[in-house]
Design a protein around this ligand. Sequence first.
Ligand SMILES: NC(=O)c1ccc[n+]([C@@H]2O[C@H](COP(=O)([O-])OP(=O)(O)OC[C@H]3O[C@@H](n4cnc5c(N)ncnc54)[C@H](OP(=O)(O)O)[C@@H]3O)[C@@H](O)[C@H]2O)c1
Length: 245
Amino acid sequence: MKHILIIGATSAIAEACARIWAQQGHKLFLAARNETQLQAISADLRTRGATHVDHQAFDALALDQHAALLAAARAALGGLDTILIAHGTLSDQARAQEDVDYALREIATNGTSVVSLMTLAAQHLEAQGHGCLGVISSVAGDRGRQSNYVYGSAKALVSAFASGLRQRLSKRGVAVVTIKPGFVDTPMTAAIKKGALWAKPDQVARDITRAMEGAGGDLYTPRFWWLIMFIIRQVPDAIFRRLSL
Ligand SMILES: NC(=O)c1ccc[n+]([C@@H]2O[C@H](COP(=O)([O-])OP(=O)(O)OC[C@H]3O[C@@H](n4cnc5c(N)ncnc54)[C@H](OP(=O)(O)O)[C@@H]3O)[C@@H](O)[C@H]2O)c1
């Protein structure tokens, strides 16, 4: 029986993970901004077999609420051993180039708010000496590209932070999974034309829940994104500058 906190639980990818965990009979605590959506998802997860489902309205930008959220989840579930941080926004790169406040808000949503939650989650899991922290970063964090480097740099922060955290916590019985999805067909990407490289949330969720059973690591999902990003990282800067990625 796992005691699972999902932050950004109304995300399509997070909801697909929650359905798998509900079918496995685990206890769930959902946190997200939209109370109405939280209620509907909670009701659905109960019918799918979750032993317990609770929820709390939560805005990741309210940093002063982060510690209270973890405490509330722990109290409601009677323990906390699995934490998935999933919230995020796909930044409007053109707007971010003109509007510094917007750019910094995007970095806060996708980057620094996640760092705050990872730090608090790590403190709790390290103290109890077991558990798993999964955080959804992105392949976009592997190399800054002109088309989305504000979003990408926030995800790079998350990936590097999670890498260090994993190294630290692996000696303390705690697994850290850095989840790097490629293109996933969710509300976040509704406006983007779909093609062969696109995956569905259910497919990605199967990879995530499986990876969060293990010892931690970087999860490229679907798996072929590992090769794509390996190649993109190798492209020499002089050539990379001429590409229109
Ligand atoms: N879809 C992709 O292609 C893709 C690729 C790589 C990585 N990712 C990452 O995967 C994660 C899940 O995204 P998704 O694709 O499932 O998209 P999604 O369905 O649009 O989910 C994004 C979620 O983040 C929540 N959120 C945004 N700002 C928040 C805040 N300040 N506080 C709390 N929640 C907030 C949104 O809540 P509201 O409904 O209240 O706005 C929404 O539930 C994100 O971290 C995203 O960056 C997605």
